[in-house]
Design a protein around this ligand. Structure first.
Ligand code: SF4
Ligand code: SF4
Length: 448
C-alpha cells in the first residue's frame, strides 16, 4: 500500500494503460554474452535514412571493429565488423518483415580470440562540438531504443535553435524488456560518460534521467552515483505505458509540449535513451564502432531468459539454438509486445535497433488471432489514447479507406502507434495496424 501511494506522488501523463509487466523473468539476471555465430548477416539498411555503402569486397579479410560500409550522406551511418573473418558475400537477404535487403555476409573466424583490433584510446574532452558530432556518426550509433534514428543527426541542433535540457530516457515501458534497467544498475559510469558526450554535442546545459518507478534499484543506483553532480538529476516517474514515448516524457519532466508534427528541439529539449548513451560512453573514448548490443531474450517460449550481449548480424536461428526454446513455442517478436514487429523467418539477423526478442507460446499466439467483432462504441480506446485522439472514429474511417479524412480532420499523423487502443478494445479490432496502413498510404500519396 505504501509503495502504491508513493508511486502516485510521481509525475505521469493523462490516459495510457497498465499492461502486465513481465519484467521479473529477466530483471534480476546479470548481463551475459552470447558466442559468435559462424556467419553474420549485416544489412546495409539498419537505421533511419540512407543505407550505408559497402567498402569491402567478397573474399576480403576484416578484423573485429573495422568499418565494412561508410555513411552515405548526413542521414546515414557506417557499419563495422562485429567479428574478425572474411567477407563471404554482398547479396540480398531476408529481413524481419519479409522483403529481401542488401547485406554483407561475414564468415566468422570462430577459432579466433575475437579481440577488438580496430580503434584507439583518445581524450574526448578535447574534441570540439563539431568533432564530437562527427565522432558519433563515425561510431555508427543509432537510437538503440528501437527507432534507429542516427544519433549524430538527433544531437545536431539546427541553426537558430538551442536546447537547454537533455532528457535521458530510462523508462523502458515496454513489457518484458529490461536491458535499460540492467545497464543503469551495472554501468552507471559508462552511462554518465554518454550523458556528458550528448550534452556537449547538443549544447544542453543539464540532463534529467527519467525512470519508471518499477526500477527502484536503478533509480537508487543512479541517484547514489550522480549525487554530487549538480547538472544531472535522476527523476522517478509513474509506471505507465507508454511513458517512454519521447513527447510524453518531455511533457511529464519539463511541462513543455512538442507541437503537432514538430520536434523536441523546437521547445529546447533533446531525448536519448539509456542504451544509446551507455554505448556512446563506451565506444567514443576508444574510437570504436557499434558492433554488438544488449537485448532482452525472453517470453514463455524461451528456456533461458535473460539480457544478452549479441554481436550485430547474429541470425535468430543461432540465438534460439543457444538459449533453447520451449516445445510449445509460438510466434516471435523483435522488440516488445506493444510496439515490436513480428518476425517471419529464422534466418533474419539482430540489427542495431532490435532491443528484444520475445518468443510467445502457442496459447499466446492463439489469443492474438482472436475473432474481430464490430465496434460497440464503448470509448475505451478514447480513454486509453495518450495523445487524445479518437481511435474509434479513426478505425471506422480506416475501414472505409477514408485515409485523407483521417489525417486532415482526425490528426492521424499524431498517432505514434503505441497500440494502447488495440490493447483495450473488447472487440479485438486491430486499430493500430489500420493506422499504420493508413499512414503509409498517405505517405506514398504525398511522395507521388
Ligand atoms: S496507437 Fe495511436 S490512436 Fe492508438 S492509442 Fe496509440 S497514439 Fe492513440
Ligand atoms: S475500444 Fe473498440 S469497441 Fe470500444 S469504441 Fe474503441 S474501437 Fe469501438
Amino acid at each position: 500500500m505504501i509503495n502504491w501511494l508513493k508511486s502516485l506522488s510521481y509525475k505521469t501523463f493523462a490516459h495510457g494503460i497498465h499492461p502486465d509487466e513481465h519484467k521479473e523473468e529477466t530483471r534480476h539476471i546479470g548481463i551475459q554474452r552470447l558466442p559468435f555465430a559462424p556467419e553474420l548477416i549485416l544489412p546495409l539498411a539498419q537505421h533511419f535514412g540512407k543505407p550505408s555503402k559497402a567498402i569491402v569486397h567478397v573474399g576480403q579479410e576484416v578484423v573485429r571493429g573495422e568499418p565494412l560500409a561508410e555513411a552515405d550522406g548526413f542521414l546515414s551511418v557506417p557499419l563495422h565488423a562485429p567479428a574478425s573473418g572474411v567477407i563471404k558475400g554482398i547479396e540480398l537477404k531476408p529481413s524481419a518483415r519479409g522483403p529481401k535487403t542488401e547485406a554483407i555476409v561475414l564468415k566468422v573466424y570462430t577459432g579466433e580470440a575475437q579481440r577488438i583490433l580496430y580503434g584507439m584510446p583518445r581524450d574526448i574532452e578535447t574534441l570540439t562540438q563539431e568533432e564530437l558530432l562527427q565522432a558519433i556518426q563515425d561510431s555508427g550509433m543509432v537510437g538503440l531504443g528501437g527507432a534507429g534514428f542516427p544519433s549524430h543527426a538527433k544531437l545536431k541542433i539546427p541553426a537558430g535553435h538551442e536546447v537547454d535540457t537533455l532528457i535521458v530516457n530510462g523508462c523502458e515501458c515496454e513489457p518484458y524488456l529490461t536491458t535499460d534497467d540492467r545497464l543503469m544498475r551495472e554501468h552507471p559510469e559508462q552511462l554518465l560518460q554518454g550523458i556528458r558526450i550528448a550534452m556537449k554535442a547538443s549544447g544542453a546545459k543539464r540532463a534529467i534521467v527519467g525512470i519508471e518507478d518499477n526500477k527502484m534499484e536503478a533509480i537508487k543506483s543512479l541517484q547514489a552515483h550522480y549525487a554530487d553532480i549538480d547538472d544531472i538529476k535522476v527523476e522517478p516517474v509513474q509506471t505507465k505505458y507508454p511513458q517512454g514515448s519521447e513527447k510524453l516524457l518531455i511533457k511529464v519532466l519539463l511541462g513543455r509540449e512538442v507541437p503537432s508534427g514538430g520536434f523536441p528541439f523546437q521547445i529546447g529539449a533533446v531525448v536519448q535513451n539509456v542504451a544509446t548513451l551507455a554505448e556512446l560512453g563506451q565506444l567514443l573514448p576508444q574510437t570504436q564502432g557499434l558492433i554488438e548490443r544488449l537485448i532482452t531474450i525472453t517470453g514463455p517460449g524461451i528456456k533461458k531468459p535473460g539480457n544478452y550481449i549479441v554481436p550485430l548480424g547474429t541470425p535468430l536461428r543461432f540465438i534460439l539454438e543457444q538459449i533453447g526454446v520451449a516445445d510449445d513455442s509460438g510466434y516471435m517478436i523483435f522488440g516488445g509486445p506493444m510496439m515490436g514487429s513480428t518476425v517471419s523467418f529464422l534466418d533474419v539477423p539482430v540489427l542495431k535497433q532490435v532491443s528484444g526478442l520475445l518468443v510467445l507460446n502457442q496459447g499466446a499466439a492463439q489469443d492474438s488471432s482472436e475473432k474481430i467483432y464490430p465496434c460497440i462504441k464503448c470509448a475505451r480506446c478514447v480513454d486509453a489514447c495518450p495523445v487524445l485522439l479518437n481511435p474509434s472514429m479513426l478505425g471506422q474511417l480506416a475501414a472505409k479507406r477514408y485515409y485523407e479524412t483521417m489525417a486532415k480532420q482526425y490528426h492521424l499523423m499524431d498517432c505514434f502507434e503505441c497500440g494502447c487502443c488495440s490493447y483495450v478494445c473488447p472487440s479485438n479490432i486491430p486499430l493500430v495496424q489500420y493506422f499504420r496502413i493508413a499512414k503509409s498510404i498517405n505517405r506514398e500519396k504525398a511522395a507521388k
